[in-house]
Design a protein around this ligand. Structure first.
Ligand SMILES: [Zn+2]
Length: 112
C-alpha cells in the first residue's frame, strides 16, 4: 500500500501548514506525480478520499497532475523527458538514461 503512505504524507504536510498558517479548511489541493514516479493516481485518490474526513482536506477539490518524467541521457549528455521507464530517449533513441527519482509533490494549496 505505497499510495496509502503517500496519501498520509500529503495529509501530514497539509496539517503542518494548517498549524503554521492557521487555516482550517482547504479549498483546493494540487499535487504532482511525474509519470516516472510510479505513483498510481487512482489508488492515490482512493487513499486520500479514505483518510481526509476530519482533516482540513475534507471536501477539498484535489487535482493530481501527471507531468512527464525527467531523466538524464548518458548518450546525449542532456536532460530529457520520458513518459515511462520503457520509453527510448526522444533525442537519440537510446535507453541509457537515468530517471530522476522525483516522487509526489504538493504544488498548490488554496485555503479558506
Ligand atoms: Zn539520448
Amino acid at each position: 500500500m505505497h499510495e496509502l503512505s503517500l496519501a498520509e504524507g500529503v495529509v501530514r504536510i497539509v496539517l503542518d501548514s494548517a498549524k503554521a498558517e492557521s487555516f482550517t479548511r482547504v479549498r483546493r489541493l494540487r499535487l504532482s506525480a511525474s509519470k516516472l514516479s510510479g505513483v498510481e493516481i487512482p489508488a492515490l485518490r482512493f487513499a486520500l478520499e479514505a483518510i481526509v474526513p476530519g482533516t482540513p482536506l475534507d471536501g477539498a477539490r484535489i487535482q493530481i497532475d501527471e507531468p512527464p518524467g525527467c531523466a538524464w541521457c548518458f548518450n546525449c549528455n542532456a536532460n530529457i523527458e520520458v513518459a515511462s521507464r520503457l520509453d527510448a530517449c526522444p533525442r537519440c533513441g537510446g535507453h541509457r538514461y537515468r530517471a530522476s527519482e522525483e516522487g509526489l509533490r504538493v504544488v498548490e494549496l488554496e485555503v479558506d
